[in-house]
Design a binder for this molecule. Structure first.
Ligand code: GLN
Length: 388
């Protein structure tokens, strides 16, 4: 086929989407041998015991397809954990699916519920994973800013965007990239909306559920009985067990929603990697691991912040997640894309410019730094920040 014929016939379904900022900044970090606080992933090892379990399951022959919903012991363990933590009962037979990362869970939930012309309310800044699935479904994103500078939900504004076509509201708490978390009032306001609008569903991205600081509490949408009946609740084993590369997440939803979810999942991945699922199922029986995460990550955040206290960077308080946003408004007028690229090149520190999380590229002069790093990495980064 000639070049031009390919150009004429290979029509992009995602014309506005290119290589994402996480890959771009990681590549730039590598090129300049920069300290990489850009893409959100730990630079320390997961538990040796967990790795040993994977090894044992592989040697024992658990290397073939897992069932469609996921390995049974993991699905049951997750049902138990969700009931214990959030008082939410999900039926392991019909209401839980293990996915290839939370990314696949988001994609599958969105494509299984959205029809052409449906509207989806996306509070911004927003993680980049939702929009492509909305576009592929020929649905319409409706962007609503979180309030600035505290990044909370503005329920009046959200309500004003609801139409007869609104199908879904996306909630993400703890929130990437800002680190803000849902309040009791947010849950009440969202409940009122779904009670008033029977066509409106919720996608609740809770991948950082165990990374909440300062004694605050994660409010899962699953813990609200009204919202639970209308929500896809999405979680991540990658974040909880420091294994983002294993690509293991999950979705919880009422049976009617999960039936549609499973139809898409079945022909997308069928089921994710099996031996890791068996290993996590055993490992998660010890709650100490996830119970220790708030303090573990809070110590990292505090260490990082205590070493930049004397710098010109301004801290935007974060209540959770892998991330800490810093404002450079006292340092430079450059736009955040240019500034993030320049400090990677010139100072050897990579971050993520927050404007990429806004459809209209709103620039609050903020950069996002990943604090899920070894002490030495955080200290190196802090030392660089103090020089800027
Ligand atoms: N969730 C991670 C982040 O926000 C990584 C995302 C990705 O690489 N797609 O940095």
């Amino acid at each position: 086929m000639s070049e031009t014929l390919i150009e004429q016939t290979m029509i992009s379904k995602l014309p506005n989407i290119g290589v994402n900022i996480f890959s771009t900044m990681s590549a730039l970090a590598q090129q300049h041998k920069a300290v990489n606080l850009a893409q959100g992933f730990p630079d320390f090892s997961p538990s040796a015991e967990l790795i040993q379990l994977v090894h044992e399951y592989m040697l024992k022959g658990f290397n073939q397809y897992a069932p469609l919903a996921g390995v049974r012991s993991l699905v049951e363990g997750l049902a138990e954990k969700t009931e214990k933590l959030y008082g939410a009962v999900y039926n392991p037979d019909t209401e839980i699916t293990i996915t290839c990362g939370a990314t696949e869970a988001c994609y599958t939930a969105l494509t299984s519920i959205l029809h052409a012309g449906d509207e989806v309310i996306i509070p911004e800044p927003s993680f980049d994973v939702y929009l492509p699935a909305i576009e592929l479904s020929k649905a319409k994103p409706v962007f609503v800013p979180l309030t600035f500078p505290d990044f909370s939900y503005d329920w009046e504004l959200i309500r004003s965007k609801i139409t007869t076509r609104t199908k879904l509201i996306i909630i993400n708490s703890p929130h990437n990239p800002t680190g803000s978390i849902l309040t009791e009032n947010d849950v009440v306001q969202l409940q009122k909306i779904v009670e008033e609008y029977p066509n409106v569903y919720v996608l609740s991205d809770e991948v950082y559920e165990h990374i909440v600081f300062d004694g605050k509490k994660h409010l899962s949408i699953s813990s609200n009985p009204v919202l639970k009946e209308r929500a896809f609740v999405i979680g991540s084993f990658g974040k909880t067990y420091h294994v983002t590369g294993w690509r293991l997440g999950y979705c919880l939803a009422p049976a009617k929603m999960m039936t549609e979810f499973k139809k898409v999942h079945q022909y997308n991945t069928f089921s994710p990697v099996a031996p890791m699922q068996f290993a996590i199922a055993d490992f998660m029986k010890k709650p100490e691991q996830y119970e220790s995460l708030p303090v573990f990550f809070q110590n990292k955040r505090d260490l990082f912040l205590s070493h930049i206290r004397e710098s010109r960077w301004e801290v935007v308080p974060a209540s959770g997640t892998y991330f800490q946003m810093l404002s450079y408004k006292n340092i430079s007028d450059e736009n955040d894309l240019e500034f993030a690229a320049r400090i990677t090149r010139e100072f050897g520190l990579a971050s993520i410019p927050v404007s990429v999380f806004y459809n209209d590229k709103t620039d609050h002069k903020l950069l996002r730094f990943c604090i899920a790093k070894k002490e030495e990495t955080l200290l190196k980064a802090a030392e660089i920040l103090c020089r800027i």
